[in-house]
Design a protein. Structure first.
Length: 131
């Protein structure tokens, strides 16, 4: 019940330290017996004649502010999803070999707070590679 209340508070727009006030934090640790982020993925399928990048946003939707741009081949941890899996909450580093601290279980779901970056991307451009 405590975990459900935490998740509901976070989803309702409550401000969390380290999270953008005009966004939605990426929640890690959904299952206490599994890794903090359940899947890995790779940015793929970007149109070379289009923008050529995948927008990382502060929340799950194109109306949220752009945080950063990811490019073809970038590895990401998939940690959170929206209903219908249209948007992924990701954790990533420009160094694909960086330890982002999401490979071990957590006792309770919580917003990601580093050392890597986090944000939301359209699931259309991320291929799940593990998990």
């Amino acid at each position: 019940m405590r975990r459900l209340l935490l998740v509901l508070a976070l989803l309702s727009g409550s401000t969390v330290s380290g999270a953008a006030s005009n966004g939605r934090p990426v929640i890690i640790g959904p299952e206490p017996d599994l890794d903090a982020c359940l899947s890995m993925g790779e940015v793929t399928g970007l149109d070379p004649n289009g923008d050529g990048f995948l927008a990382v946003r502060s929340g799950p939707g194109s109306d949220y502010p752009l945080l950063e741009k990811l490019y073809e081949g970038q590895s990401v941890f998939i940690c959170d999803t929206t209903a219908g899996d249209k948007w992924y909450g990701i954790v990533y580093s420009r160094r694909n070999d960086a330890d982002c601290g999401v490979g071990s279980p957590l006792a309770h779901p919580q917003p990601y707070r580093g050392p890597c970056k986090s944000g939301w991307v359209s699931a259309r451009w991320v291929k799940v590679t593990a998990g």
